[in-house]
Design a protein around this ligand. Structure first.
Ligand SMILES: C[S@@+](CC[C@H](N)C(=O)[O-])C[C@H]1O[C@@H](n2cnc3c(N)ncnc32)[C@H](O)[C@@H]1O
Length: 204
């Protein structure tokens, strides 16, 4: 993967492959997304190559992060070393929807959920209910909500927001790079600042 592109998207000399590059969140968003996790014990799912893990580890008291793909996890471990936060992160390998993994999680008080939707291109139909992300966003939310109600859930910009109607009270933040709507982030529980739709813009 081109190191200049990695530096531009993630802010430093990190490792990534084509897939983890594409699904990693831009560094102009990760600090903002992590701000609400100050001093919390955070469960992150899923790790990818660790670009949100780095931002969370900077502010959280500890991060427990779960990833199903070993190659992604190896990249994340290397990136956390490079960022200097390896001691603040516990890495778990496996499927976050596996009951055995859920049962063994250490205590947490908030969760950051970023399922994989990199292959869902604009124009593809995206479903939140019976979701086509990996893991499915609706199932993931339901399972983690049993552990903590303090959740941030990242979703693609092309969701049909009518599908979110049954969810608990939330703040639905639209994140923009310039005029381009890149992501939604839904905040629940103590992470919610204002109920309803808000926006965060990075000028370019
Ligand atoms: C969108 S990426 C996370 C990117 C990360 N937030 C970043 O900014 O670098 C989603 C990750 O979920 C992983 N994943 C998919 N299904 C999973 C599952 N059932 N359990 C744990 N991880 C899973 C994928 O391998 C992928 O690395």
């Amino acid at each position: 993967m081109n190191s200049e592109a990695i530096r531009e998207k993630f802010g430093d000399d990190f490792v990534a492959d084509d897939h983890t590059y594409k699904l990693g969140i831009d560094h102009r968003f990760t600090k903002h997304l992590s701000d609400r996790f100050h001093s919390r014990r955070v469960l992150e799912t899923c790790t990818g190559a660790g670009f949100t893990t780095i931002s969370l580890a900077r502010v959280a008291s500890h991060v427990i992060t779960v990833e199903i793909n070993l190659s992604h996890q190896e990249q994340a471990i290397e990136n956390l070393k490079r960022a200097g936060f390896i001691d603040r992160v516990t890495f778990i390998s496996g499927d976050i929807l596996n009951e055995e993994i859920l049962k063994k999680l250490p205590p947490i008080d908030a969760a950051f959920l970023d399922p994989d939707w990199a292959d869902i291109e604009p124009g593809h139909e995206y479903f939140f209910l019976n979701s086509n992300t990996q893991p499915p966003a609706d199932l993931l939310f339901e399972r983690i909500f049993r552990i903590t109600q303090n959740i941030a859930l990242v979703l693609p910009p092309y969701i049909d927001i009518r599908e979110l109607k049954g969810l608990p009270e939330n703040e639905r933040e639209k994140l923009y790079l310039g005029e381009s709507h890149e992501l939604f982030c839904l905040y629940f529980g103590e992470l919610l600042l204002t109920s309803g739709e808000t926006e965060f813009r990075v000028p370019i």
